[in-house]
Design a protein around this ligand. Structure first.
Ligand code: ATP
Ligand code: SF4
Ligand code: MG
Length: 317
């Protein structure tokens, strides 16, 4: 049995903007064990990135984390401040973003940037430089790339560099927020292979944030489906993809073109709700073909068996 690494308990994040409160993440709980590849899927604006940032206690203002716990390897990240928090970012959890340009400094050589991550965490410069070569090898880049500047690299190479920096301190959890959205399909596949390979070799938990349920179902061992700031279904890939229960998950799966069965995609009608008002009942109700009166109340997230969780009144009484 692999051991529990990440435990998120009743996590809530809201943005207190001048135009009102955005209820971005509401009462989210889930857990992941060593080597889990968890995909967090949902439409744009469902709160995926906000949840990812909150795991590093990195939500930008006017966002505020309101509770409750994000425990990684026994440490509650939300309780950490200052130096302790800085150390946890990198050594317990780190993040890879959609646009590596946003995280890489354009005027510094990439090798120095990877080394700096380690030096900032107390690794001696010489040791850090040696490790840069190992890290570049781990992300399938030649050692001479270390002396390049970000603009001299392709999009795929830059993303590999940011992955090398993110895994430099062997974190327990790696959050990858749409890491391949800006890349072409072949490079996208290579980066996914790389994340999978790193997970296997290091026992890291990989949390892949994506709007693409087809991509999620190729790699993930577990899938969390997010709608309007809440997880509405969570479980093993085989449960969520082959036996989806939530009408939203079913809708997402039917909106993917199926070439083998020559089926046309059927997009989910309607739009996600505006998160600037609190959701009183099931947020999917206006788009749901099975909506009932009881759906005006918030359905609990229940384990329907074997760790397959769903939040829908069709499965609760
Ligand atoms: P996407 O797939 O488009 O990246 P997402 O699922 O990652 O979307 P988030 O970016 O987490 O969603 O946004 C969740 C909600 O929080 C949205 O309603 C968004 O408008 C709002 N939001 C995100 N960042 C901020 C911010 N800095 N200030 C105010 N509201 C924000
Ligand atoms: Fe549809 Fe009701 Fe289930 Fe929501 S709780 S998904 S509205 S059946
Ligand atoms: Mg996002």
């Amino acid at each position: 049995m692999s051991s529990l690494v990440l435990s998120v308990e009743e996590l809530t994040v809201r943005y207190f903007t001048r135009r009102g409160v955005v209820y971005a993440v509401e009462n989210v709980s889930f857990s992941a064990s060593q080597r889990d590849f968890v995909a967090l899927v949902g439409e744009s604006g469902s709160g995926k990135s906000t949840l990812g940032y909150a795991l590093l206690k990195l939500v930008p203002p006017p966002g505020r984390i309101l509770g409750k716990r994000v425990v990684i390897d026994g440490v509650d990240i939300l309780k950490l401040e200052g130096e302790e928090l800085r150390r946890a970012r990198g050594s317990l959890i780190s993040m890879v973003f959609q646009d590596p340009f946003a995280t890489l400094d354009p005027v510094r050589r990439v090798g120095d940037q990877i080394a700096e991550v380690m030096v900032e965490h107390g690794v001696a410069l010489e040791e850090a430089r040696k490790r840069v070569a190992e890290l570049l090898e781990a992300v399938n880049l030649p050692a001479h790339i270390a002396s390049s500047y970000p603009h001299q690299l392709s999009g795929g190479q830059r993303q590999r560099v940011s992955i090398a920096a993110a895994i430099a301190l062997n974190p327990k959890v790696l959050v990858a927020d749409e890491p391949t959205t800006a890349l072409d399909v072949i490079v996208q596949r290579q980066i996914m292979d790389l994340l999978d390979d790193i997970r296997r070799r290091t026992n890291m938990v990989v949390l892949l944030i994506t709007h693409d349920i087809a991509l999620a179902s190729e790699r993930a061992s577990k899938i969390a489906v997010m709608y309007a700031g809440r997880i509405v279904e969570y479980g093993s890939k085989s449960d969520v993809i082959e036996k989806p229960l939530h009408p939203y998950t079913r809708g997402l799966l039917s909106s993917v073109p199926d070439i083998e069965r020559a089926e046309w995609p059927r997009p989910i009608p309607g739009l996600p709700p505006d998160l600037r008002s609190p959701q009183r009942g099931c947020a999917f109700k206006p788009r749901c073909p099975h909506a009932m009166e009881v759906c005006d109340k918030l359905p609990p997230l229940l384990d329907v068996g074997g760790g397959h969780f769903v939040s829908c009144w069709l499965y609760s009484s």
